[in-house]
Design a protein around this ligand. Structure first.
Ligand SMILES: Nc1ncnc2c1ncn2[C@@H]1O[C@H](COP(=O)(O)OP(=O)(O)OP(=O)(O)O)[C@@H](O)[C@H]1O
Ligand SMILES: N[C@@H](CCO)C(=O)O
Length: 321
């Protein structure tokens, strides 16, 4: 589920009166997602998404996220658009939370992506990186090395509850990444959470990207490493090099990577595996039993991390020779 904050019809109609959206016909909470509360609205002028921003989203960051969707869409990327209110603002308030109305994007996310889908995702990711150029607001990545250290400090005392020996293993990995994290790679606006549930397809055609609420400025190649982690492993934990190769080829068809980016890929993959391991571990340890949210398994990312630790060069990911 992701409906943390309930809304009622009276407040919703009052909220909608600030927009040119037609009349409300129906609304319902959307069960998917873990970060924000989302509702699907039907109005006389079509479907809309209502998002109420929850705990992990800083209100000060919302102009970055909402402005970015406009910037990317203006440059031809298929992504939802926040609708302006009659007074021009993109953000309002509902049930005590910051709230926005977002255009509805047609499509479904894929439960079982194949190599051709990975190719399309690689291409769309590179298109997003190119389209992000010139966006005037900056947002440093709160979930890069310093953020990992903070998350780890909050979880390390209880890490061995999840798996025996986790505490020393992760402490060692974090120390390695702190010491070796690349200092200068090409950077720009990255999505930072482009998992299968954030990419919509109509049939086999990619129809758009959603959920820009972790977007930030960071190394572009780091974003590709996130996608390799999220799309190219099988349920049994094995890396699917055919999918990896397709994703990399899709990316390279739009944006070439430098020698330094390619050489850094194993380390970037370790970093992005650790990043999702750490947020999942923190949520695993802190989400109260009985909460209506599906907790994601941190150990899935521990397995991926161990795979990357054994990788020597990007060719192990399917990089063209
Ligand atoms: N613009 C949109 N058009 C159509 N459906 C949408 C749109 N935005 C969100 N949804 C629906 O709402 C669900 C949750 O949205 P989203 O992924 O943004 O939530 P979240 O809580 O930020 O999730 P996540 O766990 O991925 O961070 C999506 O899987 C999709 O079904
Ligand atoms: N994509 C994230 C959750 C939402 O940010 C994960 O799978 O851990």
């Amino acid at each position: 589920m992701a409906v943390y904050t309930d809304i009622n019809e009276v407040d919703l109609k009052d909220f909608l009166s600030q927009y040119e959206t037609g009349y409300l016909l129906s609304f319902k909470g959307i069960a998917e997602g873990v970060e924000n509360s989302n509702f699907l609205l039907h109005t006389t002028e079509g479907a809309l998404i209502l998002t109420l921003y929850e705990k992990r989203v800083e209100k000060n960051d919302l102009p970055f996220f909402l402005g970015l969707m406009h910037h990317l869409s203006d440059r031809g990327l298929n992504c939802p658009l926040p609708l302006p209110r009659k007074d021009g603002a993109l953000l309002g308030e509902l049930s005590g939370r910051p709230a926005a109305l977002i255009s509805f994007l047609e499509g479904m996310w894929l439960r079982k992506p194949e190599a051709n889908h990975c190719r399309a995702v690689g291409k769309a990711l590179a298109q997003m990186h190119v389209a992000g150029e010139g966006f005037e607001i900056a947002r440093p990545n709160a979930l890069s090395v310093a953020g990992w250290q903070e998350l780890w400090q909050k979880s390390e005392d209880r890490a061995d509850e999840v798996l025996d020996g986790l505490r020393p293993e992760i402490a060692k990995e974090l120390a390695h990444l702190v010491a070796h994290w690349p200092q200068e790679l090409p950077a720009g606006v990255i999505h930072a959470d482009l998992f299968p549930d954030n990419v919509f397809f109509l049939g086999d055609e990619l129809s758009g990207l959603i959920d820009f609420y972790f977007a930030c400025n960071d190394y572009l190649a780091y974003d590709l490493s996130i996608c390799l982690n999220a799309w190219c492993f099988e349920k049994d934990g094995s890396y699917n090099i055919t999918k990896g190769q397709a994703m990399i080829e899709g990316y390279l068809s739009v944006r070439p990577l430098s020698e330094a980016e390619i050489a850094a890929m194993p380390l970037l993959c370790r970093g992005s595996a650790l990043r999702f391991f750490l947020t999942r571990l923190y949520d695993w340890l802190t989400t109260p039993a009985g909460a209506l949210v599906v907790k994601k398994d941190p150990l899935e990312y521990l397995k991926k991390l161990r795979f990357h630790q054994a990788v020597e060069t990007a060719s192990d990911y399917g990089w063209p020779q």
